[in-house]
Design a protein around this ligand. Structure first.
Ligand code: PMM
Length: 270
């Protein structure tokens, strides 16, 4: 059964839920709700990676996320820390995070692989070609899924050389990262090429722009009907990712994806 990761962005500017969970108590209450809805992991992030987002000072990122990571971990809730910074990864692992989720797969911070190697945490390697500010300039592909798989394989080698055991690695195709519109669908269509690398695969499509484009809705209507439609689309991509063999999906609306996956289980007679 595909696991559900519930997104908890403790940021003022994430593209769909920015600003809602800045206060630690609100963030913790939200995480508990996502957990009750069926999230296996709560993915805590303190820096938005949306297209065009500017970087947050590492002290500010840690001020946002560490109290939340600590409180959830103390409560027995499995936490992953969504960060590009080695210092934040190390501090969050000390505070109890079980997984470091780096959308850059260690490319954004030279110290990341060593920091993860020195911890007990598992490591999500996201497919990435450069910072959010100009990532679309790097969205040039021949065969998108093949290239993503090859570039992930190179990061797996780098992680292994840094001393991270392969069993600790989770691969993520980095939907929306250095990929425009149709390229995201090409990668998802070829997800088996990434799964064939032999690691757990996490897929994050939730509320992303390429879904809004497929629906023909305006992505700016956060909290309104457009958001609801993107959540429904996300539940569908979660089902398709599960069918394709994904180990986990990372979503904002945990309840919708839980229900969608329950229907799949019923269909399959599980
Ligand atoms: N996407 C975002 C942030 N973190 N982590 C992983 N592993 N995979 C993703 O696709 C991913 C991520 C950007 O989306 P958000 O602003 O909704 O968190």
């Amino acid at each position: 059964m595909t696991a559900i990761w519930g997104i908890l962005n403790v940021t003022p500017d994430s593209f769909s839920d920015g600003g809602r969970f800045m206060d630690p108590d609100t963030a913790i209450a939200r995480a508990r709700m996502l957990r009750a809805q069926g999230a296996a992991i709560i993915d805590v992030g303190g820096e938005s990676t949306r297209p065009g987002a500017s970087r947050v000072p590492v002290e500010e990122e840690q001020r946002r996320v560490l109290p939340v990571v600590e409180a959830l971990s103390a409560d027995g809730i499995p936490v992953s820390i969504d960060t590009l910074n080695a210092g934040t990864a190390a501090a969050a692992a000390r505070a109890g995070a079980r997984i470091v989720n780096d959308v850059s797969g260690g490319l954004a911070d030279d110290g990341m692989l060593a920091a993860v190697a020195a911890s007990d945490a598992d490591f999500v390697i996201g497919h990435w070609r450069g910072p959010s500010g100009d990532m679309y300039a790097r969205a040039q592909y021949g065969r998108a899924a093949r290239e993503v798989a090859n570039e992930l394989r190179a990061r797996v080698s780098a992680a292994a050389s840094a001393g991270i055991a392969p069993s600790r690695l989770i691969l993520d195709p980095g939907i929306g990262f250095a990929k425009a519109g149709e390229q995201n669908w090409e990668v998802l269509r070829g997800l088996d090429e990434i799964i064939a690398l032999g690691h757990r695969v996490l897929v994050g499509t939730s509320r992303k722009r390429f879904l809004a484009e497929a629906l023909g809705v305006d992505g700016s209507d956060a909290g309104g009907d457009a958001e609801h439609r993107r959540d429904l689309a996300t539940a569908v991509t979660s089902v398709l990712a599960a069918r394709a063999g994904a180990w986990a999906v990372r979503v904002h609306d945990v309840a919708a994806t839980r229900d969608a996956l329950a229907v799949v289980s019923a269909w399959d007679g599980e």
